[in-house]
Ligand binder design. Structure first.
Ligand code: HEM
Ligand code: HEM
Length: 472
């Protein structure tokens, strides 16, 4: 990337700082995009294996090895790396200061990639901590990931601590909070003391749900809080509501992990507590979503003309609908039907894809052109958006219907094979939706290339500064 194009909009940072920040943001985005392509190519293969289990025979391509490769690569290679790149950009811009350490940001990127690459190879060779969901990488590799988190936390805090603004902008509360909590969560997941028996079940629930709720969720919300005011040139609807949602998220989320293990030998009171707090999660979820939607109120025309805004709108809806679905799913009466079925896989993708992944895309399309001065084309944006929306819609709807039929079959004591037969059509539809989603990722990769290595845009996108907002 050329130095001259990095800072083409007004800013209090010097040319060199702008260039360094743009390079970091671009490098994290490119690296994450490569992981997205790899992980979701594996996802498509997995999807087709439901219809043709013998396709891709051999130990290296078995479902049991490829599934955790898909989940860990989407979590830690794609979403984590992309969100950290965005968090750095938001921290520096909203604090009107250069990054605390460019070197640490590069070191973090290398550590994230070493962990993801080593984890993928280990899983494919059959080395894994198999019964620990989303932490199947052997623990020394998870230590490398933890080191990357610590480096990131240090660098983000260092940046915001040196800010030239009076307040810490809301986005940074979410992103720094998320990284700090995840350092704790990742550490708890490695400590040997509770990795046996019921303690392990408890820690698994804690880790699984906090990975999504205290890592991806706050980082994605932090991006919304910065990108939305910036794109709409108006302040966020309510700063106070944003702070309220932050603290209620922190109070309710950490104790809901046991809802993954209802009807297990975990204490009944712990399961009930998890259900109660799952419902309480509606407070920050509805509060946060209302805040975003009210920020967009009356701006339908802008939405219709801006793909970055449309990506963010889908992300907000994914957050609202997916989390509300989760609260309903946590009731014992519905777990009886949906637990262990494909309905949960639908929920996972509605949230991790419909919310987190769309939030990342919205953030990247909203902010990367400002950093590099290069824009993607309208055709690329359109193809990416519609293929991803239609593909994920087919994916989630087919698994939600199929998963419900599957669960009712099991509940009614129908022979197991009948539930497999009944799922066939829905698995095919999931494959169709998944293929569309994967194609959209190829287009995204092309768009990222244009935003980092393409031609410089003729004019910077017009941005008016909303009063009181730190949108430098
Ligand atoms: C905030 C409200 C939410 C509640 C109450 C909730 C509830 C639940 C419940 C009850 C399950 C377990 C389903 C089962 O095992 O049968 C589940 C699974 C899952 N949820 Fe959520 N959810 C919420 C939000 C989210 C969000 C925002 C994300 C992603 C960012 C997410 C990602 C997941 C994933 C990946 C699983 C699958 C875990 C597994 O492999 O078993 N959820 N959720
Ligand atoms: C082309 C897009 C994708 C396809 C075709 C795909 C496909 C799949 C398949 C076939 C499974 C295994 C389901 C099972 O065991 O029954 C799976 C699981 C999973 N995938 Fe994806 N996936 C895609 C994108 C993503 C992305 C981008 C993310 C996260 C950012 C993600 C997160 C997950 C999670 C968390 C699970 C575990 C679900 C659970 O246990 O409930 N996937 N995916």
């Amino acid at each position: 990337m050329q130095a001259g194009v990095a800072a083409h909009h007004s800013s209090s940072l010097g040319e060199k700082d702008n260039w360094a920040l743009a390079s970091i943001f671009a490098a994290y985005t490119i690296s994450a995009t490569l992981w997205l392509l790899f992980a979701t190519a594996v996802g498509v293969l997995l999807a087709y294996k439901f219809g043709a289990p013998d396709f891709g025979a051999g130990a290296w391509l078995t479902f049991g090895r490829l599934r955790p490769i898909h989940t860990n690569a989407t979590f830690y290679g794609w979403a984590s790396v992309a969100l950290v790149g965005l968090a750095y950009y938001v921290a520096a811009r909203s604090s009107r200061i250069s990054l605390y350490s460019v070197k640490l940001a590069w070191i973090g990127l290398v550590l994230f990639n070493v962990a993801a690459a080593a984890g993928t190879v280990a899983l494919d060779l059959g080395y894994n901590d198999g019964n620990l969901e989303y932490r199947e990488w052997p623990w020394p590799i998870r230590l490398i990931f933890l080191a990357a988190l610590v480096v990131t936390a240090w660098n983000l805090i260092g940046t915001v601590a040196r800010r030239s603004t009076d307040d810490i902008y809301l986005s940074n509360w979410y992103t720094i909070g998320g990284v700090l909590w995840t350092c704790i969560i990742a550490l708890v997941a490695i400590l040997p003391w509770y990795q046996h028996g019921l303690g392990q079940v408890s820690v698994s629930g804690y880790y699984m749900h906090n990975a999504v709720g205290m890592w991806f969720t706050p980082l994605a919300l932090g991006i919304f809080y910065y990108a939305l005011p910036r794109l709409l040139s108006r302040p966020i609807y309510s700063y106070a509501l944003g702070v309220f949602a932050f603290w209620t998220n922190l109070v309710f989320y950490p104790i809901i992990g046991a809802h993954h293990f209802l009807f297990s030998p975990l204490p009944w009171w712990l399961q009930t507590t998890a259900i109660v707090f799952s419902v309480a999660m509606l407070v920050p979820v509805w509060g946060g979503s209302a805040n975003f939607l009210l920020t967009m109120r009356g701006r339908v025309r802008d939405l219709a003309h801006s793909y970055p805004l449309m990506f963010i709108l889908v992300g907000v809806i994914g957050y609202l609908v997916g989390s509300t679905q989760g609260a309903v799913e946590a009731f014992r009466s519905l777990q009886e039907v949906w637990h262990l079925t494909n309905f949960t896989v639908g929920h996972s993708h509605l949230t991790m894809y419909g919310f987190v992944t769309f939030a990342i895309w919205g953030g990247v399309y909203a902010l990367l052109p400002f950093a590099t001065g290069k824009e993607p084309g309208q055709l690329g944006l359109m193809l990416h958006f519609w293929m991803a929306v239609v593909g994920s819609f087919i994916y989630v709807i087919s698994l939600s219907i199929g998963g419900t039929i599957q669960g009712l079959n099991w509940k009614n004591g129908v022979p197991f094979i009948q539930s497999v037969v009944d799922m066939q059509a829905y698995h095919v539809w999931r494959g169709v939706g998944g293929s569309l989603m994967f194609l959209s990722h190829v287009v995204f990769a092309w768009n990222v290339w244009r935003m980092t290595h393409g031609r410089t845009a003729k004019a910077a996108p017009p941005v008016a500064l909303p009063p009181g907002e730190p949108v430098t």
